[in-house]
Design a protein. Structure first.
Length: 201
């Protein structure tokens, strides 16, 4: 009888140790995965046309809404249609080989296949319109695009990054009429913004 009890106790100890070892290994794997560098940050995604935000926004002075027409009214900011690009480039630099994908898009009536730079997981719902309406400027998530010859992601877009902003939104908010300005806000007066009564996002 004692041998049977001892075997059961021994089996229980072995199973508990194996379980603890499995949990420890899983914890190390999750810790290593969560702590890994985000390889998508500061890398330029290849595009069919090397579009320069620096030239169009910084030098020419185009407003974000000129190309991203849905940013104030829909969840998705949207990408520029071929016609938006052709408004200027049917005349400017029209014969340049770099614009062949644009002309092919116009001929075939298929949109340009831009590669996403800011990709969120499928389970995340992000609404540009509400963030813009509340006063979150484009530069808070997308960085100084007016200084980017080619677009790159400058924010991790991980959950803790988003949650940190939602916990302390005042430092990131500005007058909604100025959300498309590329100039960073003065954070020294972030706590005393009279125009921001409701800071819930």
């Amino acid at each position: 009888m004692t041998a049977i009890v001892w075997r059961r106790t021994e089996l229980g100890i072995k199973l508990a140790c194996t379980g603890l070892l499995a949990v420890a290994i899983l914890g190390v794997i999750l810790w290593a995965w969560r702590g890994q560098e985000d390889t998508g940050m500061f890398e330029v995604a290849p595009q069919p046309i090397p579009f320069s935000h620096k030239h169009h926004v910084g030098d020419v002075g185009l407003d974000c809404r000129f190309c991203h027409t849905g940013v104030e009214h829909t969840a998705s900011a949207g990408l520029p249609s071929t016609q938006i690009c052709l408004n200027c480039h049917s005349q400017l630099f029209a014969g340049q080989a770099v614009f062949e994908p644009l002309h092919e898009s116009a001929r075939t009536n298929r949109p340009i296949a831009w590669n996403r730079v800011h990709r969120l997981p499928d389970f995340v719902y992000f609404d540009h319109a509400i963030h813009v309406a509340k006063g979150v400027a484009c530069i808070e998530c997308h960085g100084r695009v007016d200084q980017m010859p080619l677009m790159e992601r400058v924010a991790s877009l991980r959950m803790e990054w988003c949650v940190e902003c939602h916990r302390h939104p005042l430092a990131k908010l500005r007058d909604p009429a100025r959300v498309f300005d590329m100039k960073p806000i003065d954070t020294s007066d972030a706590g005393k913004r009279p125009y921001r009564e409701d800071t819930s996002l």
